[in-house]
Design a binder for this molecule. Structure first.
Ligand code: ZN
Length: 225
């Protein structure tokens, strides 16, 4: 192995100039094709959209740097992908079944201040991911949340309890989310797995919802809009 080969190999000034022209053309082709897809700006992508972006990116990348890939071939690939995209989008509009299959459906993550256990297991998401997502939306504990819905693009939509409706709930920020070691029977405790909240007789008690045995002290501050 020659170290210089890794960086240069047989690159000539002529080919560097060719690469610049290829990048110039492909960059504008990508812009045009993304506009043709009919999408506006992108925040979060569904799996279907990620597939389209990946395919377009692959088709666009090769002719930028591989000298025997002509741009017209990439053009054909990109046109085909956009036609596919338009076809699938059209089919999704016509049939709810196809839409469900391609994009998945929104899932309830939190209901009445507690994690929805079945949906969570089905989706194989980690707690940490949900907790982080809710923290970013200024949720301090689950007792503030009436409903949290996981959208197909990965965003969480949250409905909050009003100040009066706020319950005792599972804290989401790390300093408060600590396993309790001393019991105060006056306090509320929340299951660290599902957010079930109740008084306890002893700390080794099993959660009646999910059989977890880790409890942490609950919070009850309301969410301030
Ligand atoms: Zn539980």
């Amino acid at each position: 192995m020659n170290i210089i080969d890794i960086f240069l190999y047989d690159t000539t000034w002529g080919f560097i100039f060719e690469i610049m022209i290829r990048c110039f053309v492909m960059f504008f082709l990508i812009l045009i094709f993304l506009r043709l897809s009919g999408k506006r700006g992108i925040r979060q992508l569904s799996i279907f959209e990620v597939a389209i972006i990946l395919s377009l990116g692959t088709a666009a990348g090769d002719p930028m740097i591989i000298d025997d890939v002509p741009i017209v071939q990439a053009f054909v690939v990109m046109s085909t992908i956009i036609i596919l995209y338009r076809l699938v989008t059209w089919a999704m509009m016509k049939s709810e079944k196809i839409e469900l299959w391609v994009e998945g459906k929104p899932l309830y993550i939190v209901e009445d201040g507690m994690m929805v256990i079945q949906d969570m297991k089905k989706e194989k998401y980690s707690h940490d991911e949900f907790f982080a997502e809710m923290r970013q939306q200024s949720v301090e504990h689950l007792g503030q949340v009436r409903v949290a819905l996981l959208e197909t693009d990965g965003c969480l939509s949250i409905l909050f309890y009003t100040e009066q409706e706020t319950k005792w709930g599972l804290p989401l920020f790390p300093k408060a989310y600590q396993k309790s070691v001393h019991l105060n029977t006056e306090n509320y405790y929340s299951c660290m797995y599902c957010g079930m909240t109740q008084h306890l007789l002893h700390l080794e008690q099993e959660c009646p919802r999910c059989h977890n045995k880790d409890w942490t002290e609950s919070l009850s501050v309301p969410y301030i809009h």
